[in-house]
Write a protein that binds this ligand. Structure first.
Ligand SMILES: [Zn+2]
Length: 139
């Protein structure tokens, strides 16, 4: 993770990157985290204020820097800005039940395939959000 890259992006979009927002982005890097996980990660960095955490999350979600995912009734947060695996609007996540691990795949052809479905011929798709539940194959 290169925070300088985020600083540049924020500036380009006229967004304010505060120290606590920066810390939140660092905590979320490469992970799918619950609010509690984020809180724990930020506490390690010296940020404890819960309402600031809520406000920053809200801000980052509104600006499509972070996305919310609902998987098995739990809300997870994920970095979407410059995530090589997905954008804020279209993503494919996999919950591996054996380990409760959440991972993601990058597969634009799946989105293209869905877009080409006759049902969508007169529609512009705004988002495609796929959640797959899986288990390791028994050997
Ligand atoms: Zn993700």
């Amino acid at each position: 993770m290169d925070i300088k890259h985020y600083r540049k992006k924020f500036k380009e979009n006229n967004l304010r990157l505060t120290k606590s927002r920066e810390a939140m982005i660092e905590v979320l890097d490469n992970q799918h985290l619950t609010f509690k996980d984020i809180q724990r990660g930020l506490a390690k960095k010296g940020f404890y204020n819960v309402s600031t955490i809520y406000n920053n999350l809200d801000f980052l979600i509104k600006n499509k820097i972070v996305v919310e995912l609902y998987i098995n009734d739990t809300k997870f947060y994920d970095l979407a800005m410059d995530n090589p695996m997905h954008s804020a609007d279209s993503h494919i996540h996999i919950m591996i039940k054996d380990t409760n691990e959440i991972t993601e795949i990058n597969s634009p052809e799946i989105f293209e395939y869905i877009q080409k479905h006759p049902f969508f011929k007169d529609l512009d798709l705004e988002s495609i959000r796929i959640t797959i539940s899986a288990q390791r194959k028994k050997k």
